[in-house]
Ligand binder design. Structure first.
Ligand code: NAD
Length: 348
């Protein structure tokens, strides 16, 4: 699988963030020439420390996806483009809907336009989300499930996904969308506003603070360890047979939020309590969710290798070792990290 990327030119949008940086590390390992683009906007997942192991072997361009001219210059001559830049917070999408729409949808269309005009041969993989299904009507959720997003983020992502499919159908671009479920692992954003519950639980456990679980804690979810998600992106980025298609990722096992806390308690002496949902969270909560990823498995052979207990243990080890880079501020860990990165950094 990884030979494909040897000597390829690869663009990772959002490559200083959680999934993008893990993907970048793996691509460098595979011999790819990686350019990372990231806005480093405060409060999002960008953190210079995420790419520290490879920072002298990649090019990093600090730029906002909304700068269409810059984007156009960057997409030229790339073999593969991974579009992971985005705003991930569902609650933030309700508070700042226009920004969410601008970045998660309009900028993706702008990327497709740049590719159509300047690099139609590139393969483009888009990070979509299971959030667009809304509250599941049946489980596990497959790709035929009705689309009924409960928040602006879900609408923006669905619209972007449709642009990716449309640009394949009409313009022949090589696009594929992966609908991610809860993804966790080293380098995730522990401090930004409105992060997912796994991010919040980890932060609380690492800081020995009590975890508040919204609701009963019995709501069930599936989880992918980030290395498995990186493998899925690598597969999607190299296979023309996937052109124009949309796939769920997921995990055959699912767990309740209480079970997640119990797994964290293997590593940290952390207390928890169940509290009522705040009203704005309750309005966009989807309840139980777990996905059916058999379509992607049949197309590529992909299936997750890491179970939740192993993944949480590996995640814990990483953050316990590097906590200073991830817990330094409630709001701007990535930006502060910029100031601390050595001058030898390849910041463009
Ligand atoms: N983490 C998950 O559980 C999950 C689940 C479903 C979907 N996704 C999708 O996967 C993608 C990556 O998620 P992540 O968890 O790595 O998030 P992240 O916040 O850690 O990384 C996103 C990166 O994108 C960058 N970015 C945001 N807006 C930008 C802009 N306008 N221009 C340039 N860079 C910009 C941020 O600075 C950040 O580094 C997102 O698109 C998200 O919607 C993630």
């Amino acid at each position: 699988m990884t030979d494909f990327y040897d000597n390829r030119r690869v663009l990772v949008l959002g490559g200083l963030g959680f999934i993008g940086s893990n993907l970048t590390l793996k691509l460098v390992d595979c011999g790819a020439h990686v350019t990372v683009v990231d806005s480093l906007a405060p409060g999002l997942g960008a953190n210079w420390f995420n790419v520290q192991p490879v920072r002298n072997r990649i090019r990093v361009v600090v730029s906002d996806l909304r700068d269409a001219d810059r984007l156009t210059a960057l997409v030229r001559s790339q073999d593969v483009i991974f579009s992971l830049a985005g705003r991930v917070s569902h609650i933030a999408s309700m508070r700042d809907p226009l920004i969410d729409q601008d970045i998660n949808c309009r900028s993706q269309l702008s990327l497709l336009e740049s590719c159509r005009q300047h690099n139609p041969a590139a393969r483009i993989v888009f990070a979509s989300t299971r959030q667009l299904y809304g509250r599941p009507r049946y489980l596990p959720v497959d790709e035929r499930h009705p689309i009924a997003p409960v928040d602006v983020n879900g609408v923006s992502k669905r619209a972007a996904e449709m642009f990716f499919t449309l640009y394949h159908k009409v313009h022949g671009l090589h696009t594929v969308s992966l609908r991610l479920t809860n993804t966790y692992g080293p380098r995730m954003n522990l401090c930004g506003f409105g992060q997912g519950f796994m991010n919040v639980f980890l932060n609380r456990a690492l800081t020995n603070s009590r975890i508040d679980i919204f609701g009963t804690g019995l709501q069930r979810r599936d989880f992918n360890y980030v290395d498995d998600v990186v493998d899925a992106f690598l597969l999607a980025g190299q296979d023309d047979r996937l052109d124009g298609r949309i796939f769920n990722l997921g995990h055959a096992d699912h767990a309740s939020l209480l079970e997640v806390v119990r797994l964290l308690q293997r590593h940290a002496d952390v207390d928890f309590r169940c509290v009522p949902f705040p009203a704005d969270y309750a309005a966009i909560d989807v309840g139980d969710y777990y996905g059916d990823f058999s379509r992607f498995h049949e197309a590529t052979g992909w299936q997750p290798k890491c179970d939740l207990a192993q993944g949480i243990a590996a995640t814990w080890r990483f953050f316990d070792q590097h906590r200073e880079w991830y817990l330094e501020s409630e709001h701007d860990s990535g930006v502060r990290s910029v100031q601390r990165i050595p001058a030898a950094s390849t910041r463009d």
